[in-house]
Design a protein around this ligand. Structure first.
Ligand code: NAP
Length: 265
């Protein structure tokens, strides 16, 4: 685990990352409502949460792929809090290339999680910022035949591909076998949509920023339905984050069994 960056010793958030990992410890409010559901998954040993930041009109990036930053300070703090309570943060290689994110916890107190990229063809350059050698575990999930160019110390997990795609459940099993139990899928939309469609998410956090982009890359996409009454309507709880709204979407009813971690906390 990485270092704990303490922003404000009086912050009631300070001990939440440690408390959340102790199943018997009560969580203080307001964090309990938002984060207690992330303690454990409903169907197996894993808990998988995805997060997307989007405009009111459902865009996660401009047409050119620019997304830094759709969310304001409160939404970004929430993203860093999510990172601080999970064992691993996972991005698709599209996001790793487009945004070159660090994927560390910097805005709030808490440990940085393992950084994982789903990169079936092994195309992420060794210079990517998520590969920085800072003591935090780094993992590339690649196809069986990929020859990724990685800095030393980056672990490689290989998954079977069918038509270039890996089953999200196989990705979760690979992460579970590496001892990672609480997992956040941080984007982009393609990756999150794949996990959602496959029933591989326990929860989805969508943070809506008070802006209209008008055009750009859409947020999560599912197979079209003909009638509104056929839409997926999971239980949702809304939380106000300053001028942004967090929709905490409970997907546990459709979650498939994916794996059991070798170690768990
Ligand atoms: N607003 C937000 O919250 C937010 C968050 C993250 C990213 N973004 C934005 O989203 C954009 C990137 O998103 P994106 O949807 O284009 O890309 P993405 O989801 O980041 O990455 C997609 C790629 O990852 C690989 N991948 C993901 N799941 C896979 C699976 N199950 N099996 C095999 N390969 C898999 C594939 O790589 P290959 O192409 O090599 O097959 C796929 O094309 C950027 O503009 C970024 O700024 C916004």
């Amino acid at each position: 685990m990485g270092s704990w960056l303490v922003m404000d010793a009086t912050d009631s958030w300070l001990n939440v990352p440690a408390l959340l990992r102790d199943p018997d410890a009560p969580l203080p409010q307001p964090w309990r409502d938002m984060f207690a559901p992330l303690r454990s998954g409903g169907v197996d040993d894993l808990m998988v949460v995805a997060q997307m930041g989007q405009s009111i009109d459902g865009r996660i990036a401009t047409e050119s792929g620019h997304s830094k930053y759709i969310n304001g300070p409160a939404g970004l703090d929430h993203l860093h809090r999510l990172r601080a309570v999970v064992d691993a943060v996972v991005v698709g290689v599209g996001t790793a290339v487009a945004d070159n994110p660090q994927l560390t916890v910097r805005r709030v107190s808490g440990p940085s999680p393992a950084r994982v990229v789903i990169d079936p063809r092994g195309r992420l350059p060794a210079s990517a910022r998520m590969w920085a050698s800072d003591g935090v575990r780094r993992i590339a999930i690649v196809g069986q035949d990929a020859k990724p160019k990685l800095p030393s110390g980056v672990d490689v997990l290989r998954v079977p591909l069918i038509a270039g795609r890996a089953a999200p459940a196989a990705i979760l099993q690979a992460l579970a076998s590496a001892g990672l139990r609480r997992i956040m899928i941080e984007g982009g939309a393609h990756t999150v949509s794949g996990f959602l469609t496959a029933g591989c998410l326990d929860r989805l956090h969508i943070v809506v920023a008070p802006m209209l982009l008008g055009a750009g890359q859409p947020s999560v996409e599912l197979k079209p339905v003909e009638f509104a009454h056929d839409a997926l309507r999971p239980p949702v709880r809304a939380h106000l984050l300053a001028d942004e709204v967090l929709f905490d979407i409970d997907l546990s009813r459709q979650r498939v069994v994916a794996g059991r971690a070798n170690t768990s906390r």
